[in-house]
Design a protein. Structure first.
Length: 77
């Protein structure tokens, strides 16, 4: 199913950016931030399973533990 990103009502944020020709410098770009976040979450949510979350949690714990042990080792040295 095709769903355009950022489509829909909601708050917008306007940025002044430098774009290539034909737009030029200080072009105002308005982005519907909340709609983009909702669309991004809706596209990821069906693929977000318990197994993926468990794997990410285990990797995070391993990285935190190894960082802690490395800090202790450096501190002793």
């Amino acid at each position: 199913m095709y769903r355009s990103v950022g489509a829909g009502p909601g708050d917008t944020m306007t940025y002044r950016v430098d774009l290539p020709l034909p737009w030029g410098r200080d072009t105002e770009v308005t982005i519907p931030m909340q709609a983009m976040m909702d669309d991004a979450w809706a596209s990821v949510e069906p693929n977000f399973s318990k197994e993926i979350f468990a794997g990410v949690a285990m990797i995070s714990v391993a990285v935190a533990l190894s960082s802690f042990l490395a800090a202790l080792w450096v501190k002793k040295g």
